[in-house]
Design a binder for this molecule. Structure first.
Ligand code: NAP
Length: 263
């Protein structure tokens, strides 16, 4: 799934690298990676799990459930204003296997959802924007932003001060993709100024998150230990077998990574 750099060297008969993870950034960043096809894990069971996490985070931000959890801790009884789902703009960065699954379920709950991707195109029922020029006005009208981009040279550290300044004030951030997308110090500043009201973070630059990291005890940060969408070995094994059979029978392989593109 996530082998140490260098560990796939020196295998003269290697013909395919089949990742058990959807994200292949660490594999592709290995300068010694052999020149054979790399396939990543594309599994509807994993996308469904990701959608569950995205729904939980969106509902919790929208309905202030993180704030109520804090109020309970403080034995405080205070009813906060309630908004309708169709009053909230949820923006999905990345409309790949994960982003699409999340978008469809969020639309079903009545949110206003827009996807942002690299190449544009159309997805049934989902308004799409693409490219950097479209990002800034989209952020300005976003109440919740969910990051499901792959980590590439273009997307690394996208979630920085400029990004947070472009958001609608008080927006919620959900990072379910990779820790390398986020400039942590910039998020802490955006939380302090209330430009970002709350962040749900599943992935971090250093995992496990060091025990002295400020995110652990930050009242406006919810930390998950990289569990947004674990590989389900039962369904993943079937997908691996299909690709191995295709390789054996000289048939087209599924879910190959475009190395030059980085995802
Ligand atoms: P994917 O299917 O490859 O989709 C990637 C999406 O990002 C595509 O829509 C692509 O645009 C878009 N994109 C790529 N580069 C872009 C750029 N420079 N600007 C704008 N859009 C860009 O990826 P996925 O399988 O959905 O995975 C998404 C993320 O989830 C990855 O970072 C992966 O590592 C992470 N993940 C996390 C967990 C977890 O447990 N936390 C589990 C699984 C995966 P186009 O559609 O135009 O190509």
């Amino acid at each position: 799934a996530n082998p140490l750099p260098g560990s796939l060297q020196g295998l003269p008969n290697l013909r395919l690298i089949q990742s058990l993870w959807a994200g292949v950034d660490r594999l592709l960043n290995d300068p010694t990676l052999p020149d054979v096809p790399v396939a990543r894990m594309v599994d509807p069971a994993m996308s469904a799990a990701m959608a569950e996490t995205a729904l939980w985070a969106t509902l919790s931000l929208h309905r202030r459930f993180y704030a109520y959890a804090q109020q309970q801790h403080a034995r405080e009884w205070q009813q906060l204003p309630q908004r309708r789902a169709d009053e909230l703009q949820v923006t999905l960065l990345g409309t790949g296997q994960m982003g699409r699954a999340c978008a469809m379920r969020l639309l079903a709950l009545g949110y206003r959802v827009t996807g942002w991707n690299l190449r544009g195109g159309t997805l049934e029922g989902l308004p799409l924007e693409h490219g950097m020029d479209a990002l800034w006005p989209l952020l300005a009208r976003s109440d919740i932003v969910i990051n499901l981009l792959p980590l590439t040279a273009q997307t690394s550290e996208l979630l920085d001060q400029r990004f947070f300044n472009a958001l609608r004030p008080g927006a919620g951030l959900v990072n379910l993709a990779r820790g390398g997308h986020l400039v942590e110090a910039d998020l802490l500043r955006a939380l302090a100024s209330a430009q970002v009201s709350h962040a749900v973070l599943d992935v971090f630059r250093n995992e496990p998150l060091p025990s002295d990291h400020p995110f652990w005890s930050h009242p406006q940060v919810t930390v998950l230990p990289h569990v947004a969408a674990a590989t389900d070995m039962r369904s993943a094994a079937r997908i691996v077998v299909q690709n191995l059979r295709a390789l054996r029978d000289a048939q087209p392989l599924s879910d190959l990574v475009e190395r030059s593109r980085g995802y």
